[in-house]
Design a protein around this ligand. Structure first.
Ligand SMILES: C[S@@+](CC[C@H](N)C(=O)[O-])C[C@H]1O[C@@H](n2cnc3c(N)ncnc32)[C@H](O)[C@@H]1O
Length: 316
């Protein structure tokens, strides 16, 4: 297990995001303020601080390991005086950030970091045998995945695997979970992996995607309320952008991307004038996908705050 040392994380679409922040830089701005709602290993945060020497950065991460590493990284880059990391869920954005502070650019790079995924003890991956935990924030008030697996009803589990995992064999998997937990509680990643594996028809067990992949994703989304917090934060950030400021969101699966797309579209009829800069999401280049295969499902959508509604939207 590698909890002690914070692992590397390849920052997805970093060049494109820096170019966007640069393109939408506000001329003659005396106080540049940026936000990174998902600090992780700090790759995007450090790039912002490096590329925008006048900037002050507010970063968020709900994971204490990311926070501890972040403080070290900022010190190593001599950025500490221009950055503050908030140990908080980004869904608390509007209460954590002082009222009145407006941002030039905010980034949200959704999901788990490579460090979390590759840390055996965190329970995110069935590659390691570990407690079925999956909490990004391991505060006692947040329940681990094992709690849900052992206590939720059949209907609740089915909803999670179907909606968040789009798992075709949810019925078989949930039936096996219910049978297995009758005998003894399911507490380990490898137990759940085994259940998923044997719930797949024999001829589909060795396909490109492991039979446990979608169920692990579904459970992780549920444990961390990933879709709710994403939905909640978008409307909080937009009013905190300067006129001309942008909000960029990288998502990693269709459920997240759908939320971003629809929330941006809903906000087009809100009180704050905005423009969606990405009619279609921006995707990583072939070179980036070659260097980092985890970036292959990334999609970037960007919204900009305007002074007033563009003419075509005047009579919305
Ligand atoms: C994909 S990584 C970000 C990587 C980062 N952009 C980099 O370049 O290193 C996501 C990070 O965001 C954090 N995170 C995810 N959802 C969060 C939330 N709702 N509130 C706060 N932090 C969150 C995770 O703990 C993880 O460290």
């Amino acid at each position: 297990m590698n909890e002690a040392k914070y692992g590397e994380h390849y920052s997805v679409l970093k060049k494109e995001i820096m170019e966007l922040f640069d393109l939408h830089k506000i001329v003659e701005d005396s106080q540049e303020v940026y936000g990174d709602l998902t600090f992780g290993a700090g790759g995007h945060s450090c790039a912002i601080l490096e590329n925008f020497p006048k900037a002050f950065l507010h970063a968020f991460d709900q994971d204490k390991e990311a926070l501890a590493n972040g403080i070290e990284r900022l010190e190593a880059g001599s950025y500490s005086s221009r950055a503050k990391i908030h140990h908080s869920n980004f869904e608390n954005f509007s209460t954590v950030i002082d009222e009145g502070l407006l941002f030039n650019g905010v980034l949200l790079d959704a999901g788990v970091s490579s460090h979390q995924f590759d840390s055996g003890g965190r329970g995110f991956s069935f590659r390691f045998d570990a407690h079925l935990d999956m909490r990004m924030n391991n505060d006692e008030s947040i329940k681990p995945a094992s709690h849900y697996i052992n206590t939720l009803s059949e209907a609740e589990l089915l909803k999670i695997f179907r909606e968040y995992g789009e798992e075709k064999f949810s019925n078989n998997i949930v039936r096996s979970i219910l049978e297995r937990r009758e005998v003894s509680p399911i507490t380990k990643t490898k137990e759940l992996e085994d259940i998923c594996f044997h719930s797949y028809p024999k001829k589909l067990r060795h396909g490109k995607i492991h039979p446990a992949t979608k169920s692990f994703q579904a459970l992780r989304i549920h444990v961390n309320r990933e879709l709710d917090v994403l939905t909640n934060v978008i409307g909080q950030v937009i009013p905190r952008l300067k006129v001309g400021g942008i909000f960029a969101i990288i998502s990693f699966h269709s459920l997240e991307d759908r939320i971003v797309k629809h929330r941006f579209r809903d906000l087009l009829s809100g009180d704050i004038p905005i423009e969606i800069l990405t009619k279609k999401p921006l995707l990583p280049s072939k070179e980036e996908i070659f260097e980092n295969s985890r970036s292959r499902s990334a999609k970037l959508r960007v919204v900009k705050r305007l002074e007033e509604w563009p003419r075509k939207n005047k009579y919305r």
